[in-house]
Design a protein around this ligand. Structure first.
Ligand SMILES: [Zn+2]
Length: 488
């Protein structure tokens, strides 16, 4: 009963300058069909997987800005819908090739996309050589750890793993975090004289670096297991040694060789952008405060095939577009301002959110909340990350869900992440802004993470419709509750 009474109060707070009829009508206008239509647009081949910095990404950004304009969502950056920042990138023209020779006279041609992906930031050309396994590829003297200490990789192709041997999220992890970055591993390999690399981590990954003459590809575990077996090694045994911090690096027999070919072009001076649209608050004082709703627009691009990046993260963007359209046309107006930010450069290393945090469009101390959506389109339930830590903000979303949406909804409490930041909200959090992240657990379809099968056919329109409704109502609730304090 207590919850019901509270709900009624909260809803009247949302609706006080419009009435619940208007709310209901706006809610009915939010449809999964329209939201998936947005996703079909953003995942279409003309945008080539929306690689941040590319012309195709910028065209996708233009399309989103055009939708904002149609609905009356205003440009938020001094008359512009765009906030530009530097974003180097590499264009990949084909899947290239990966050939492996266990011994002279024998050769296997591996297949894209099943066995390998080309490197998103590989240099262009061909490299051939014998191989050296270097574990995590880390040299950390202060931690007494060096994967290169007993091996000579000059002119060789290194085989290495993602991550670090230390796995716990505690203060010890902080010492390992600088070594978790892919860019670090690439530079360390080159510093030791490696000519190329096979990364035993088969995901499309623009969060790497283009280094001159350094040609690489991503392989799956089966390819690694085969190469290890031909060297008389068991890949799983080596994995176990690795987890025990034994640095089991070794040179493979020189007769085992690989040839990697890549066709790419590097654009060191490219620019990318965030798309920024806003709805100005209706209250003369509260309009100076803002609620930010964000999600990354960029995807993994083209690697010989388009990676449509539908769940990651056309889904989050399209939920936001659904909510933005509803809020722009809503008879119930937000008293506080709302900023929609479609972030660029997330897949390259959270560039767009980092840039916003350094160049905010509203002061941090007037920013009430940033809510981030990343991969919100395949699931059955809602979870609001950090919801437990900010109950006065969470209750707005909880009430909206209880009254209109009726999905199972959970909240988690904030916890410190000692590892590499993986999501855009971390840059807002670092700037002192309260953040939420919305997810949809309990997936209906397989999650094809950074995989060309991440298409709109693995999205669930009903959860996207409900996510947009939840955003619309939750944002209005936060925007119109006079008791909520900004971050001052
Ligand atoms: Zn993502």
């Amino acid at each position: 009963m207590l919850a019901t009474a509270f709900t009624a109060v909260a809803l009247s707070a949302i609706a006080q300058n419009g009435g619940t009829d208007g709310l209901q009508e706006t809610l009915r206008s939010i449809t999964g069909k329209e939201i998936v239509g947005f996703a079909n647009e953003l995942t279409s081949s003309k945008y080539k997987g929306r690689l941040s910095g590319s012309q195709e990404y910028l065209q996708a950004a233009q399309w989103c800005a055009g939708e904002f304009k149609k609905w009356g969502v205003k440009p938020a950056n001094q008359g512009s819908y765009f906030q530009y920042f530097p974003n180097e990138y590499s264009e990949v023209f084909s899947a290239g090739s990966l050939r492996y020779s266990p011994k002279p006279g024998e050769e296997i041609s591996y297949k894209f996309p099943d066995d390998y992906y080309p490197g998103s930031n590989s240099d262009s050309g061909t490299v051939t050589g014998s191989m050296v396994y270097v574990g995590y590829g880390i040299t950390a003297p202060e931690l007494g750890y060096d994967d290169y200490k007993n091996v000579d990789v000059k002119g060789k192709i290194v085989l290495l793993e993602a991550g670090t041997p230390y796995k716990k999220n505690d203060s010890m992890m902080a010492g390992w975090t600088p070594y978790e970055y892919h860019r670090y591993k690439f530079r360390n390999a080159v510093k030791h004289g490696a000519a190329g690399m096979l990364y035993i981590s088969k995901i499309a990954n623009p969060n790497t670096v283009n280094l001159r003459h350094f040609i690489y590809a991503h392989i799956n575990n089966a390819v690694a297991e085969r190469i290890f077996a031909d060297a008389g090694k068991d890949y799983n045994t080596v994995q176990k040694e690795l987890s025990e911090m034994k640095s089991p690096s070794f040179a493979l027999p020189v007769q085992q060789t690989v040839t990697i070919t890549a066709q790419t072009k590097y654009f060191p001076d490219a620019k990318s952008c965030n798309v920024v649209g806003m709805i100005e608050g209706s209250d003369p004082v509260l309009k100076n405060e803002v609620i930010i709703v964000g999600g990354h627009l960029d995807g993994q691009g083209y690697l010989g095939e388009v990676f449509p990046s539908a769940l990651d993260n056309a889904s989050g963007v399209c939920d936001i577009l659904g909510a933005a359209k509803a809020l722009a046309q809503s008879p119930v107006k937000p008293k506080r301002s709302v900023l929609f930010i479609l972030l660029g450069g997330e897949e390259c290393g959270l560039y767009g959110s980092e840039y916003y945090a350094a160049h905010p469009l509203f002061p941090e101390n007037k920013t009430v909340l940033m809510i981030n959506l990343d991969m919100v389109g395949n699931g059955r339930e809602f979870t609001i990350g950090n919801g437990k830590s900010y109950p006065e903000l969470f209750s707005q979303f909880e009430n909206a869900n209880n009254q209109f949406i009726h999905r199972k909804m959970n909240a988690t409490a904030w916890h410190k992440n000692y590892g590499r930041p993986r999501s855009d909200e971390s840059n807002f959090e670092k700037a002192g802004i309260r953040t939420f992240s919305l997810w949809t657990p309990n997936a209906v379809f397989p999650v094809y993470y950074h995989d060309p099968r991440d298409k709109t056919n693995v999205l669930t329109p009903d959860i996207m419709e409900d996510a947009a409704k939840l955003l619309y109502l939750g944002i209005l609730g936060v925007a119109n509750d006079p008791k909520i304090k900004s971050g001052e």
